[in-house]
Design a protein around this ligand. Structure first.
Ligand code: AMP
Length: 260
């Protein structure tokens, strides 16, 4: 088992990731970080959520940023607003002990574009975006991507299945000019992804695959209960009353406040 230091990660980053419980590299991190730190290359990573892939691409991309420059140097594309915000949060935590501040901005649909345009007027080094919103900003001329050197597609298969195929193709047409590097991460490799790789990337790009069972969150126990819509609320209430839970995350389709 390697260490982050042996993989080439700087001390200031090692200090911050340790604080959030990342002390030993996961499989994807061990295989990916040395390549992305050393080489300027396209890259394909086959890994699912929970393997530690955000740090696998996040730490190298942060190492490559020139914080003294005012320009946007990296774009990270992700399928949902929640994932975009999550990536921004993680990367921000990684930079806690870095001397020259690296500025990150998240842009996504569902929030006023004017606010995001204003934010982008400040120094920004890395933009994390959903594809649709990024295309809007590019086409309005409200984002300068001319200094971008690295484009990261996170959960590429999810972006396609959520209907972002056209947006992705349009973005890649802009971004794969001028020797920019594309790092593609995906849990699966359907035909559509292969086509993207063939069209926009170096087909000899290094490819890293990890065991789908190598999850960093393996100490989580999953359980499910089958019920009917009618009995669902009662069942959840009973469950909440029975268990001594400190914190609960409840995922819902619609926000509807109902006291139980
Ligand atoms: P990801 O697959 O990037 O979504 O990461 C899933 C979770 O694992 C995040 O909460 C990370 O903070 C955490 N994580 C990432 N790398 C490691 C690691 N090497 N050891 C322990 N936890 C990690």
């Amino acid at each position: 088992m390697s260490t982050f230091s042996a993989l080439g990660i700087r001390k200031d980053y090692i200090k911050s990731i340790k604080e959030i419980g990342i002390s030993k590299p996961s499989e994807i991190q061990e295989k990916t970080i040395p390549i992305l730190l050393k080489e300027s290359t396209d890259f394909i990573g086959l890994a699912q959520t929970g393997t530690g892939k955000t740090a696998a691409f996040g730490l190298p991309v942060l190492h490559h940023i020139d914080a003294k420059s005012d320009h946007i140097q990296a774009l990270i594309l992700s399928p949902t607003r929640e994932l975009v915000q999550q990536i921004k949060k993680q990367l921000f935590k990684f930079t806690k002990y870095v001397d020259d501040r690296i500025f990150l901005e998240a842009v996504f649909g569902g929030e006023k574009i004017d606010r995001q345009i204003n934010n982008l007027k400040r120094t920004t080094h890395i933009v994390i975006a959903t594809p649709g919103r990024l295309i809007d900003l590019i086409e309005r001329g409200d984002i300068d991507i001319s200094h971008v050197t690295t484009v990261i597609l996170d959960e590429a298969d999810e972006m396609l299945s959520m209907g972002f195929k056209q947006d992705l193709n349009r973005i890649l047409k802009f971004t794969t000019k001028n020797d920019r590097k594309t790092w593609l991460f995906s849990a699966t490799m359907p035909e559509e992804i292969k086509r993207i790789v063939k069209t926009y990337m170096n087909t000899n790009a290094p490819r890293v695959e990890v065991n789908p069972n190598s999850l960093v969150n393996e100490n989580i126990r999953h359980q499910f209960v089958k019920t009917t819509i009618k009995e669902k609320t009662d069942l959840i209430t009973k469950f909440l009353e029975k268990e001594e839970l400190k914190e609960v995350l409840y995922f819902v389709e619609q926000k509807q406040v109902r006291k139980i």
